[in-house]
Design a protein around this ligand. Structure first.
Ligand code: PMP
Length: 433
């Protein structure tokens, strides 16, 4: 393979930087954390993407999570084509929105009603507005390294791109907003309990990624989420599961189903739009009926419930329903990949660990285990960057940051997993040398 990124991608990046901040529309895409320029993608199919220079890669970004069945699945492409031919947006109700809401409520435990929005950020932002309105309280508890989108309240010790770029809490967030966000370490319950003691009657909710993807994959300790649930109950606060990443990826009912724990409000995005922009939040009827126009909590959107995005989402849910072995298959291929990487690590005596949950995985350059953001910052990010580039040259595309989850799709067959393992072995040998 020629050196990547190739000349065409480089040329595009040169154009991009003069008109888009950092050359991109979302920070991590600039590949800065791995010390290079990005590739520009022109198309994807199944587990692969092709760049502007004609190189192909086995892709583990998967649009950052939505693509459970890989790129350009014919059923989703057809649904988009058909829906868009009927009109791309109306701004009045359509039947498909009702169907999507019914399907989501049928698949997710405890979901009585949902509101469709355009992104995960909108979903989480609206969910905490509702939690504050319901409880009449202003403070929220979040966890360092968890990412809930870019609304002001969440840009305090956030994960994902914020963590990747090592940014302090973002300028532009007022101290008033920041002081309402209490940050604890993930997998630690004591500080959360202290927050409740010290802020008696002032905490509206805990919001958590039930399985974290945004500092890399970090799994909850046994009974951790139950303890948070109990703290919420004891203090009349709401428990919000941010399932923007885990929803429909870990199980049809998301982490709630997979882990057997109920939340009061749940947020979605990614998978439920089949790769088109969508988000949703939902939960108990008495909570959701507080949303306008049923109730006084205002939240709206010109393109909310967009017919093309909804059609893609319904096609995705149809595919999930039509593939009873989906989650076992994802589990098996991701396990095969993770086991293979662990074999390489042992053989080559590389100090690193693989953390995995379902089809989400991260190779941390850290002796492990990584259980919190405090642990994650101990990763050797320079080593990750060298590994990343060595792997990219070998035709495997990971999210360009140590602090992200990689996603396996149903399109990642044994051949692509084996090819990935071979490339990872060679990349690890190269960086060891
Ligand atoms: N919550 C979680 C758990 C996420 O992973 C993300 C995006 N990676 C968001 C919220 C924000 O979603 P969006 O980028 O669609 O605004």
């Amino acid at each position: 393979m020629d050196t990547v990124p190739g000349p065409r991608s480089r040329e595009l990046m040169q154009r991009a930087v003069s008109r888009l901040p950092g050359g991109v529309n979302s920070p991590v895409r600039a590949f800065r954390a791995v010390g290079g320029d990005p590739i520009f993608v022109v198309r994807g199919e199944g587990p692969r993407v092709w760049d502007a220079d004609g190189q192909s890669y086995i892709d583990y970004i998967g649009s950052w999570g939505p693509l459970l069945f890989g790129h350009a699945h014919p059923r989703i492409v057809d649904a988009v084509r058909e829906a868009s031919a009927r009109g791309t947006s109306f701004g009045v109700p359509t039947e498909a929105e009702v169907t999507l809401a019914e399907r989501l409520c049928a698949m997710v435990p405890g979901l009585d009603m949902v509101r469709l929005v355009n992104s995960g950020t909108e979903a989480t932002m609206s969910a905490i507005r509702l939690a504050r309105a319901y409880t009449g309280r202003s403070k929220i508890v979040k966890f360092a390294g968890c990412y809930h989108g870019h609304a002001d309240s969440f840009l305090i010790k956030a994960g994902s791109g914020v963590a990747t770029l090592g940014l302090p809490d973002s300028p532009g967030v007022t101290t008033g907003v920041a002081s309402d966000t209490l940050v604890a370490e993930y997998n630690d319950v004591d500080l959360v309990a202290e927050y409740f003691d010290a802020n008696h009657g002032a905490i509206a909710c805990i919001i958590v990624e039930p399985v974290v993807g945004n500092m890399g994959v970090v799994v909850p300790r046994q009974h951790y989420l139950e303890k948070l649930r109990a703290l919420c109950d004891e203090n009349d606060a709401l428990f919000i599961f941010d399932e923007v990443m885990t929803g429909f990826r870990l199980a049809p009912g998301g982490a709630q189903e997979r882990l057997g724990i109920g939340a009061d409000l749940v947020t979605f995005g990614k998978v439920i739009g089949g790769g088109l922009p969508i988000g949703a939040y939902g939960g108990r009827r008495d909570l959701m009926e507080m949303i306008a126009p049923s109730g006084p909590v205002y939240q709206a959107g010109t393109l909310s419930g967009n017919p093309v995005a909804v059609a893609a989402g319904l096609a995705m849910l149809d595919l999930i329903a039509a593939t009873p072995s989906l989650y076992q298959q994802l589990e098996a291929s991701t396990k095969r990949l993770a086991d293979g990487i662990e074999d390489h690590l042992r053989r080559l005596k590389v100090q690193a660990c693989v953390q995995r949950f379902g089809s989400m995985w991260t190779l941390f350059f850290h002796p492990g285990p990584v259980r919190s953001w405090q642990d994650a910052v101990g990763c050797d990010t320079q080593r990750f960057a060298r590994f990343y580039q060595a792997l990219l040259q070998r035709g495997v595309l990971l999210p360009p940051s140590q602090f992200e989850a990689c996603f396996v799709s149903a399109a990642h067959d044994d051949a692509s997993i084996d090819a990935t393992l071979q490339a990872i072995g060679a990349a690890l040998e190269e960086i060891r040398a």
